[in-house]
Design a binder for this molecule. Structure first.
Ligand code: TRP
Ligand code: ZN
Length: 472
């Protein structure tokens, strides 16, 4: 009897200890396990909404203000990280109370005054000031790192990891969130950001505050704030979709013509992919030769050289617009799969060419792409296997587009467009991986596509060019 009581006591003690162990508050991981970017994003919580209350000074390019993140804890948390580089931090509050913090490279480690409880919502407010990018090494140098000053104002282009160069954020597409931007600028400027303009308030001092808000969540690299003098051009897309374009005043007439097919492009993509995902659409054209465009959600960013006086402008516009479905609505689960963005957007722009010009024009362009891919040999990566330090390798774009084209030629138009539509519908407003796409393709077609995808997506050797014969 006594022995039994002792056994029961010991069992209860162990259970108690194990439970205590279980409930021990955790430290949120400093990354989200992305194999190419282990430090991007952070574990332990899910960001739901950011409010960026920032004042910009045009002479110094200084930012000054507070960024608030509302988030939900996955576990009991004693500490968690944000990604953030540069600036002087003035204070960090968690639920209104002073928190302690430490900085280590791109990690901002925050220790709240009290443990955060699992499943509870909390709010972190970081107040900071400084010139973006000052004194910080570029982490992943593609085209632009976050907040960029140019002679006419400032713009933001952050793919893949530039968001942390201008605001504290859980910087990975796996943690999308909605945004409010409250941006204060000298009176002469206009601000264009993601979502819809809510209010414009002229302050007592010579500044104006523009408040923009997004309905939907977005990946951090797709957040953009653009400050300059703009002419606003409005149009209406399918089902009354508001389109607002922000153009440099002296190029507004030319750009209005260049973007005149934008609503038709949206309508076309709706017929093949599904409804346009967001509450607004449009473009901001930066009056500077950036030699790039970026699919910033609901407000696509173009360098002036990409849009104005260029023969391929329609193809680039169609490419960036397609990203609203592929990249923005269906986001990456890991950066290595970036062909799900770039291959899809490139092929979508070919489908627009087929629709708006002719199938012969598209076939000819695809022939050219194939020749380029073959001529460049090993310089072009297999679409789903780009080098870690060259994510946006042209192979991801051109061979990626060809992988989809080859799939279409193999399974026929009906099944191919069913695959595209089903994949989009399944993963919209979420995240997907290469495996998610290939399983949808196999399911919808009922075919064993394993060897096909191995060759087109992963093998270094470029597969033989299929005849461009379209099956119904
Ligand atoms: N996603 C862009 C495109 O549509 C290319 C790109 C990658 C980019 N990284 C960038 C553009 C950084 C601007 C800034 O092809
Ligand atoms: Zn692209």
């Amino acid at each position: 009897m006594k022995k039994h009581l002792l056994t029961i006591f010991i069992v209860l003690l162990i259970v108690g200890l194990v439970q205590a162990q279980d409930n021990k508050p955790q430290t949120g991981a400093e990354g989200l396990g992305d194999p190419y970017f282990p430090q991007l994003g952070n574990g332990g919580y899910n960001a739901e909404h950011y409010t960026l209350d920032l004042k910009w000074d045009d002479t110094s390019n200084r930012l000054d203000g507070t960024v608030t993140m509302r988030a939900k804890a996955y576990n009991d948390l004693s500490r968690f990280d944000l990604d953030f580089l540069g600036f002087t931090i003035n204070s960090v509050l968690v639920d209104g109370k002073e928190a302690t913090y430490k900085r280590d490279g791109r990690e901002l480690q925050i220790t709240p005054p009290a443990t955060l409880k699992q499943d509870e919502t909390f709010e972190t407010a970081v107040s900071y000031s400084g010139v973006p990018g000052k004194g910080v090494p570029p982490f992943y140098d593609v085209f632009a790192e976050g907040w960029i000053r140019y002679d006419k104002g400032a713009y933001v282009a952050s793919e893949p990891d530039g968001a942390a160069y201008w605001y504290p954020v859980n910087d990975h597409p796996l943690d999308k969130a909605s945004y409010t931007f409250e941006i204060t600028v000298p009176d002469a400027y206009t601000v264009a950001a993601n979502g819809q303009l809510q209010t414009v308030v002229d302050n007592p001092d010579p500044t104006t505050t523009y408040t923009w808000e997004t309905r939907d969540e977005l990946a951090s690299y797709l957040a953009t704030v653009n400050i300059a003098k703009f002419t606003i051009q409005k149009a209406v897309g399918p089902h009354g979709l508001p389109i607002r374009n922000y153009f440099p005043p002296d190029k507004a007439d030319a750009l209005t013509k260049i973007f005149s097919d934008f609503p038709n492009m949206i309508a076309f993509y709706e017929t093949i992919f599904g409804a346009y995902p967001f509450e607004a659409a449009g473009a901001v054209v930066i009056d500077s030769s950036l030699s790039f465009a970026l699919e910033t959600q609901t407000l696509i960013l173009f360098g002036k050289d990409i849009a104005v006086g260029r023969t391929g402008a329609q193809t680039v516009i169609a490419h960036e617009l397609a990203h609203q479905w592929f990249g923005d609505s269906v986001s990456l689960s890991q950066w290595k799969d970036v062909w799900l963005n770039e291959g899809f957007a490139t092929y979508a722009s070919m489908l627009w060419m087929e629709h708006s010009v002719s199938q012969a024009a598209m076939v000819k362009q695809m022939d050219q792409y194939y020749s380029i891919v073959v001529a460049q040999g090993s310089k072009y990566a297999a679409p789903a296997n780009p080098p870690q330090d060259d994510l946006f390798n042209d192979g991801v774009y051109l061979r990626g587009a060809w992988a989809l084209h080859a799939l279409r030629l193999k399974v026929g138009d009906k099944i191919f467009f069913n695959i595209m539509h089903t994949y989009y519908d399944h993963f919209k407003y979420g995240n997907a991986s290469t495996g998610d796409f290939t399983s949808i393709a196999s399911q919808v077609s009922g075919q064993d596509l394993e060897d096909f995808f191995q060759q087109w997506l992963f093998d270094e050797k470029v597969p033989a060019k299929p005849d461009q014969v379209f099956l119904p």
